[in-house]
Ligand binder design. Sequence first.
Ligand SMILES: C[S@@+](CC[C@H](N)C(=O)[O-])C[C@H]1O[C@@H](n2cnc3c(N)ncnc32)[C@H](O)[C@@H]1O
Length: 349
Amino acid sequence: MAEATVFSQHTPQGTASPEPRPAAPGAGREPHSAAGAGSGGLPEGFEVIPGAGPAQRPGERPTLRLREGEPEEPPRYAPEWLRLREPADAAARSAESLDPLRIRLANLPSRHGGLIVHDLGCGTGSMGRWLAPLLDGAQHWILHDRDPYLLHFAAVASPRAAADGSRVTVETRRGDVARLTPDALIGASLVTASALLDVLTREEVDTLAAACAGAGCPALLTLSVVGRVEITPADPLDAEITAAFNDHQRRSGLLGPDAVGAACEAFAAHGATVHTYPSPWRLGPDHRELTAQWLRGWVGAAVEQRPELRPRADRYLAERLEACAAGELRVVVHHSDLLALSRPTGGAG
Ligand SMILES: C[S@@+](CC[C@H](N)C(=O)[O-])C[C@H]1O[C@@H](n2cnc3c(N)ncnc32)[C@H](O)[C@@H]1O
């Protein structure tokens, strides 16, 4: 199964985000600012933190990697990128989704034992830092990711208390969430994810929906990109960059901007009631660092997808970064949150 380089450009909030520790030499986890032109990397101005865009290390071939049959590890998200986006993610996630979720959780048969929450593709754990303090009652979070480095950050900066002061505990599980089975979710009260769906394939989203339906537990899957961006002031190149970026996201069969539609279909096919909520990033002068990184990743991916854009994209990016630094740029990156209420099976919670 093929997988493209990571760059789902989503986000979280929180105050407890961990400080990144120095990466082990050669581990490939450092924020490799890309090599300059001529060393196989991205050209000057397109350097991005891994996760924000198609970053490459010197000599590394670009985005495409095979998940099976290749010794290379999957692409990684730099904790710096996840930390940078955490406040914007937290501000963006829809609070509206929490009302129907709370009702469902309140009606769990054995709620008294506390909630068991599985956070898939947890990264450094921003979803838990956002959601745990918004829900009442004791919670045990099971944080899943394939990257042990990110799991380490998630464990050390985990949320400690629920909305009503009840205890929150966590454990981490390393693995491929695309292969989740209903058995892995036995006893789950809730499945969450943030900025994950669009880096999965349709088949993987179907597997996830089947696992949630099999376990009878609701799923709150936040911050999937939907492929729409508004930038003020507008530029004639906005639409072309957007289209090229969206095509880049769909490379190798990943869902990219089609993720929410595919997930709605998958969960509905398994009998779930599905709600979606807008959850846009609204970036202005207070988010210059995030906006600049996002721009580099967004334009860099577009150029990787359509190299003929490069001369115009160079000019475009330089002007956009200048406006951003001057506090004159506003960006709305549209996302969607999805709440899927699977039919309870009686064993949850
Ligand atoms: C965009 S990051 C989001 C991280 C975090 N949820 C957040 O909102 O900050 C996507 C995360 O999903 C993880 N991931 C992607 N595909 C995965 C898979 N198939 N199995 C396990 N983890 C995966 C990545 O390692 C990364 O931590």
